[in-house]
Design a protein around this ligand. Structure first.
Ligand SMILES: [Zn+2]
Ligand SMILES: [Zn+2]
Length: 312
């Protein structure tokens, strides 16, 4: 059963779906925002509650959990528990009165994202990983496109019959929807790579070419999504990051690798950014050859720390 929270908006569609699964006791997924009227209604429909499950901790899904826990006495379970919540690991089984949910860790939208699968009925409760309409927001650094695409494959492997999303209507062609999501991201990735063929670009510079049919007010959100693709491609060595973090651009990787460490390098360079800096420091000053050895303008000493943060 669905109870719709009164928080409609551009990212929440009609509002957040609070799902009540089974009965005596029921399992409640995503109580939604901290709205007493909504929580009262959820409690009325779900009593007695066996457990409150969170797909993730965004403000449109989780804050109501504490209110519902107070009213029902049920524990709140989450992948990364906050105060007064309990840990729910990927693969964990949560039994209700007449339904059993399995938690599946599906990072991508957030790192702590879970979906819940009811094997008997084939129902998959997807939170913000799959929506009833449109696509899921992948916003770095908490959003991770590579992890998200792996999570889509994991959800496909469950062969669900129906998707009950965090926003929007139920999707009865569940596998088709997941395939559509995978194809959509692959198409976007191809468009991002094609957009770099004319030279280095920022995420913002790539947006008009890729989203030409979308209204301008969507461009900032689209740029976050393009950035998520670029960071994934950079980690795979298919694009290279150039410049300081404030004016960073992305370029197609040359296919060549650094002579010292084997990381991808910019076209025409023998060394990657990091080894280029090391070479500069080792070289005797004022020989006039150090810039060439280091790959010239592509030196960006901070690249390591930035990469490290994105991949944790
Ligand atoms: Zn979210
Ligand atoms: Zn949401």
């Amino acid at each position: 059963m669905r109870v719709l929270a009164p928080n409609p908006g551009p990212f929440t569609l009609q509002g957040t779906n609070t799902w009540i699964v089974g009965a005596r006791p029921s399992l409640v997924i995503d109580p939604g925002p901290d709205d007493p009227e909504h929580i009262r209604e959820v409690h009325r429909e779900s009593e007695p509650v066996g457990a409150i499950l969170l797909t993730h901790h965004h403000p449109d899904h989780a804050p109501g959990a504490a209110l519902l826990a107070d009213r029902s006495g049920a524990p709140v379970l989450a992948y990364r528990p906050m105060a007064n919540e309990r840990k729910l690991a990927g693969g964990a089984i949560v039994p209700g009165g007449d339904a059993i949910l399995r938690a599946v860790h599906t990072p991508g939208h957030t790192r702590d994202h879970l979906v819940f699968f009811e094997r008997e009925s084939g129902a998959l409760f997807t939170g913000d990983a799959v929506l009833g309409q449109g696509t899921s927001m992948i916003d770095p650094p908490e959003g991770d496109m590579a992890a998200y695409m792996r999570s889509l494959s994991i959800m496909l492997s469950l062969a669900p019959r129906v998707i009950f999303p965090g926003h929007g209507s139920a999707v009865w062609s569940a596998v088709e929807k997941l395939r559509e999501y995978v194809d959509h991201r692959k198409d976007r990735e191809r468009q991002v790579l094609a957009g770099l063929e004319d030279g280095p670009r920022t995420a913002e510079e790539l947006v008009p070419g890729i989203y030409s049919e979308y209204p301008l007010e969507l461009y900032p959100a689209a740029a976050r999504s393009v950035l998520a693709h670029l960071l994934k491609l950079a980690r795979e060595g298919r694009v290279t990051r150039i410049g300081r973090p404030v004016d960073e651009r992305f370029a197609l990787a040359s296919g060549a690798s650094c002579e010292r460490c084997g990381r991808p390098v910019m076209p025409g360079s023998r060394l990657c950014d990091r080894c280029g800096v090391a070479a500069l420091q080792e070289a005797p000053p004022a020989t006039g050859r150090t810039r060439e050895a280091g790959g010239g303008a592509h030196i960006r000493p901070s690249s390591e720390t930035t990469d490290g943060r994105d991949s944790t």
